[in-house]
Design a protein around this ligand. Structure first.
Ligand code: SF4
Length: 333
């Protein structure tokens, strides 16, 4: 299944004002693609995911824009119509596997109930058989389905959550920080599992993470968000080789590398993400950007295709302003 998001605007409308969590973002994910949605905590990536499933927590609301799954506009469906899509066609692996399962109900009951809720014609026996098959698919002993969640390790709980998401055979999977709180070796196993599922089942994957290195291992394309806006998108290879937006450059520079000497401090992006109740005018990154110039605080840079399939929203990359230092970084001098 393919996804088209067009001019999406999501606000959390509160007494204190509107928190502009997502502002005019557009992107496409083609059938069978694996795409990473990356950014710091609070940049709006999980909000985008919840809005696709129409599960935005109160007081979040889609203020404008369209979300289409294979051309069907999900944002215009009634809740009843949306139920036919949720889990059956598009599913999500939620953040925090440790807490997502009910600890006092056996795993098999939680999974079979989810199947039968969405497919009432499936018998208990058939649902259990399907769940056992999915356990095998994610590399777990199907007999462990009889356990309680507290008898599982963190990695096993995350695999069980992936089984839950796959229970109704969706064709589009959103994985929201699927490796948070897992140790590094289990993280690698879960990412390998997701990669394999995408290949074997022909699933389209949207992977949400703050960790660019996770995207590099799993996805072909990456979309980078900052403060509710898309600042850069393109192929993983191209963006890692030559990030054009100063925020992407900062994210990539902050990835630990075995090539750097031990004495070399990890790079970081100075400052804090802005308060989205009152986001900065112009480019939202300008208070933290080392290349910021006058135009940056007054004019919002449009998203432009700088190279084929490489989109950037920055006055520098589009040539509206010039910085010798930036040019040296881009030319790797
Ligand atoms: Fe920095 Fe200006 Fe580009 Fe924003 S538009 S990232 S402030 S140079």
């Amino acid at each position: 299944m393919s996804l088209q998001v067009k001019d999406l605007k999501i606000y959390y409308c509160m007494k204190r004002g509107d928190c502009k969590a997502v502002e005019d973002i557009s992107f496409n994910i083609e059938k069978g693609e694996s795409v990473g949605l990356v950014g710091e905590s609070g940049c709006g990536k999980s909000t985008v995911a919840y809005s696709i499933l129409r599960m935005l927590p109160f007081p979040g609301q889609i203020v404008d824009g369209k979300i289409c799954l294979d051309e069907e506009d999900l944002s215009s469906l009634t809740e009843e119509e949306m139920r036919k899509y949720r889990w059956a066609k598009i599913a999500m692996v939620f953040q925090g596997a440790m807490n997502a399962l009910n600890p006092i109900i056996r795993v098999k009951e939680q999974i079979t109930e989810a199947i039968r809720q969405h497919e009432p014609n499936v018998s208990k026996k058939e649902a259990l058989e399907r769940a056992r098959e999915l356990f095998k698919l994610v590399g777990m002993d199907p007999n462990r389905i009889n356990n309680y969640p507290f008898e599982f390790s963190g990695g096993m709980k995350q695999r069980a959550m992936i089984v839950m998401a796959l229970a109704c055979n969706p064709k589009f999977l959103i994985a929201d920080e699927p490796t948070t709180a897992l140790d590094v070796t289990v993280q690698a196993q879960i990412m390998e599992l997701l990669r394999k599922l995408v290949e074997d089942l022909g699933i389209t994957l949207m992977l949400i993470t703050h960790d660019l290195s996770v995207v590099a291992e799993t996805c072909k394309r990456v979309i980078i968000m900052y403060a509710g806006k898309i600042v850069e998108s393109g192929s993983v290879l191209e963006i890692f080789a030559q990030p054009l937006h100063p925020y992407s450059q900062g994210l990539i520079a902050s990835i630990p590398s075995i090539e750097k000497s031990r004495d070399q401090a990890l790079a970081s992006i100075p400052g804090q993400p802005p308060n989205l109740l009152e986001p900065p005018t112009g480019c939202r990154f300008h208070p933290r950007c080392q290349y910021s110039q006058e135009i940056c605080s007054t004019e919002d840079p449009p998203v432009e295709e700088i190279e084929p399939d490489h989109y950037v929203a920055c006055h520098l990359s589009s040539g509206r302003i010039v910085s010798e230092k930036y040019n040296r970084v881009i030319r790797n001098e």
